[in-house]
Design a protein around this ligand. Structure first.
Ligand code: HEC
Length: 152
């Protein structure tokens, strides 16, 4: 008798749990999650450039570009903000300038273009009613387990 009751409870509980599970599609990160990864790469990009590690800088800017493309694809609008359009108009020209600076291995152009990109991040945040998300030049490397110096 006791065993039947326990079994019935287990079956009922499993059925409830199974019923509570919504059908899940592939995992889709929210815009804020894309942004957090982009933030990390923005910091790494700075230290790559400051160390004249142009290969790493080129890699990080590429990753930022891809991250923004994916964000724009999954969240072409966000709370009425035209994310995809804003990336195209605000960010793409600034990324192009950074790529030129990195290609030309120019520290001074890199610093100027990096600051312009950062201003672009902040313009978009202000335009998206998030003016309190302020990005700036990092002062210390975000992680200590990565070497930002170029290969000898
Ligand atoms: C298309 C406009 C747009 C651009 C361009 C943009 N952001 Fe964002 N960002 C947003 C929006 C909108 C949010 C708020 C997302 C939310 O509410 O989930 C955000 C949030 C963030 C956050 C907060 C994430 C968190 O959860 O703490 C960071 C950090 C961030 N962005 C960094 C950056 C950096 C760095 C760049 C530039 C390389 C950048 N963003 C460019 C629109 C933009």
């Amino acid at each position: 008798m006791k065993r039947i009751v326990v079994t019935a409870i287990i079956i009922a509980t499993s059925a409830t749990l199974a019923g509570a599970q919504p059908a899940k599609g592939p995992y889709e990160p929210g815009l804020g999650e894309f942004m957090t990864v982009i933030q990390l790469r923005h910091a790494k990009l700075w230290f790559a450039g400051k160390n004249n590690n142009w290969d790493l800088a080129a890699y990080e800017i590429d990753e930022i570009k891809e991250g923004l493309e994916d964000a724009a694809r999954l969240h072409s609008t966000f709370d009425g903000v035209p994310v995809s359009e804003m990336i195209k108009t605000i960010i793409d020209p600034r990324i192009e300038r950074l790529e030129k600076a990195i290609d030309g291995k120019s520290s001074s152009q890199f610093v100027a273009a990096f600051d312009e990109l950062t201003d672009g991040c902040n313009s978009c945040h202000a335009g998206a009613s998030k003016p309190f998300i302020r990005i700036q030049r990092p002062t210390v490397p975000p992680l200590t387990n990565q070497n930002f110096a170029p290969l000898k």
